[in-house]
Design a protein. Structure first.
Length: 54
């Protein structure tokens, strides 16, 4: 049925994006890679010690 297909696809998508490691991402799942990227991007946007301006 359509409902069964949607459930199966949702399960596959979750496994592919949140569980299954990807070799192109350093053997981590895409969701973890994205979270690490957001954290690094946030750190770059808000440095721990601001630069002095003279």
């Amino acid at each position: 049925t359509l409902h069964q297909a949607r459930v199966t696809i949702a399960e596959w998508r979750r496994d592919f994006n949140e569980v299954r490691p990807h070799s192109s991402l350093g053997r981590i799942p895409p969701a973890r890679f994205a979270e690490q990227h957001r954290q690094r991007a946030g750190d770059a946007a808000h440095p721990a010690t601001p630069n002095e301006v003279n």
